[in-house]
Design a protein around this ligand. Structure first.
Ligand code: BYC
Length: 497
């Protein structure tokens, strides 16, 4: 488990650049896009800003708007020293527009325009598809802030509370990144979309967020850590695919967003890891070796490992739905037009056009799961999902090492790709974590053992008591190995009035 929060490793090598671009931090909107020289754009963004702040105050972290929080703020985009740390009240956070440096001579990496100069303006024939991709990406950012808005009140420590707020303000900045693209490049309809991003609400019946997982509740800290490990990882994969876009401003925006995303994944991985650590330590101390001795384990004030598995199953399955249908003409179009690449496009050794290529997709045919070769172009979403599942495994292996080191016989695993799916090939087919096709009756009988059940949720809720003394941690989570930005254990990350 990496102990550094500032890593660039999530940025695909093909789109990294070391060039330095000055950030104007004293402008009303910090930026490195020379906003001052485009008065019309500046005015449009300045008129969006108050609505954004109203949204933040209404839907951002509840109860902590006046608390000084030890946050990092992006002040540059060069790999060394792009952020500074200090106490900030969240509504005063300097959200800005930051694009990764331009890669001179960059060409469109994939699809039918491969090799042509990357677009600096919107390609007219693909305008609506491009706008849709940017809107969908943008919509997830405020959605996650809305989902997490009540978590501050049950934080297991000030350290964790600060990490939650850091993630929240950066999702806010990611919204700014997409709004900049909409307002600058899409005229009136872009401004309307930017406004609509402030109006949809996670989980609201009549005006919900666009994608399913962003309308689910994030009711507790285990959900938050699972979300930041599994769902933010969809963010990583999608941003990496959009970083390969032939539309250069989108590529540059996503490249810098990936830099920030690394910390969100770190929060998720270490959050689950520290939960496991606390459980294993408590079990060992009490002499409990059987991970299924749930009642005794819960009595210790820690989370049993089978429950963690059920939580992980839920978050993995709803996040897999975010990749869209495995076989998708939208996915094919996004790739062929060159608007969205694959993960690590430049490193892939093929023609980057996929006209005759095939890809294996698991499908349900005549009541059986079968692997079928389909045109690779139509399976772009499936491929990104497969890459995502492979990427998830790293942290899971590290969690399992913690369990193994404690001498406990239990392994967190990824359920079958078709488990609990609502979108794509497996929709409407109940499938067990082991990959057996079930009848609806079998599913109804067994699902409570695979997904968090009512008793699980009650137990988790009983643990969600705030722990707000500097340097103290709730019983169910171990302290981190290191403080943020090298701060000591007793550091007061959030000053609560
Ligand atoms: N829920 O051909 P299909 C992140 C819709 S996360 C509801 O199957 P397509 C973050 C789809 O929109 C990354 N609807 O799939 C993480 C389409 O509707 P329309 C977010 C869904 O279009 C944590 C229809 O079904 N970024 O950044 O190839 C915290 C048929 O679509 C769902 C992106 O996703 C669903 N799960 O692919 C904060 C990248 N899935 O258009 C942030 C941009 C599909 O017919 N988006 N539908 O009305 C895309 O690339 C694509 O829109 C998708 C869907 C991959 C999402």
């Amino acid at each position: 488990m990496s102990d550094t929060t500032e890593t660039l490793t999530e940025v695909p090598e093909s789109v990294r650049s070391d060039a330095f671009v000055e950030v104007r931090t004293d402008d009303s909107i910090p930026n490195n896009v020379d906003l001052a020289s485009d008065k019309q754009l500046q005015r449009a963004l300045e008129s969006w800003h108050p609505g954004y702040l109203d949204w933040w105050k209404d839907m951002g972290p509840d109860g902590f708007q006046d608390a000084p929080v030890y946050l990092r703020t992006a002040v540059g985009v060069d790999p060394q020293g792009w952020a500074k740390f200090g106490y900030v009240k969240m509504p005063e956070y300097r959200w800005g527009i930051l694009l990764a440096p331009k890669v001179e001579g960059r060409t469109i990496p994939c699809g039918r325009h491969k090799g042509e100069p990357a677009w600096q303006e919107v390609p007219g024939e693909y305008r609506s598809l491009l706008r849709r991709l940017i809107v969908v990406q943008g919509d997830t950012e405020p959605a996650s802030v809305e989902q997490q808005r009540f978590l501050g009140k049950s934080a297991p420590s000030l350290y964790d509370m600060r990490n939650l707020f850091q993630v929240n303000v950066e999702e806010g900045r990611h919204l700014w990144a997409m709004v900049y693209l909409l307002v600058k490049y899409f005229g009136k309809d872009g401004r309307e979309e930017a406004q609509a991003l402030l109006e949809r609400r996670s989980g609201q019946q009549d005006n919900p967020r666009i994608l399913g997982a962003f309308n689910e509740r994030t009711p507790d800290w285990l959900s938050f850590f699972m979300f930041t490990y599994f769902t933010d990882r969809d963010g990583k994969m999608q941003l990496a695919a959009l970083a390969e876009s032939g539309f250069d401003p989108l590529s540059r925006s996503c490249r810098f967003m990936l830099t920030e995303e690394a910390h969100h994944l770190f929060v998720g991985e270490t959050g689950v890891g520290r939960t496991i650590e606390a459980t294993c330590a408590a079990m060992n101390k009490a002499g409990i070796t059987d991970p299924y001795d749930v009642e005794r384990i819960r009595a210790l004030g820690v989370v049993d490992l089978p429950l963690l598995q059920r939580k992980a199953n839920f978050h993995m399955s709803v996040t897999r739905d975010l990749f869209g249908s495995e076989i998708s003409s939208n996915g094919a179009e996004a790739f062929s037009t060159g608007l969205k690449g694959r993960f690590n496009e430049a490193q892939l050794k093929d023609d980057h056009q996929l006209q005759d290529a095939l890809y294996t997709v698991t499908r349900v045919v005549d009541g059986k799961l079968v692997d079928e070769e389909v045109p690779a172009l139509r399976a772009i979403n499936c491929r990104l999902l497969d890459d995502y599942m492979a990427d998830c495994q790293g942290g899971i292996d590290r969690w399992n090492k913690v369990i193994e080191k404690a001498g406990i016989h239990f392994k967190i695993t990824q359920p079958h790709k078709g488990f609990n799916r609502k979108i794509g090939e497996f929709k409407g087919h109940p499938i067990s974590p082991a990959g057996e096709l079930l009848t609806p009756a079998q599913w109804a009988e067994r699902a409570g053992g695979w997904l968090p059940n009512a008793a699980d949720m009650d137990f988790i809720n009983s643990l969600m008591k705030p722990c707000t003394e500097a340097g103290q941690y709730a019983s169910w989570i171990a302290p981190p190995r290191m403080g943020i930005n090298g701060q000591p254990g007793e550091f007061e990350y959030v000053k609560i009035a």
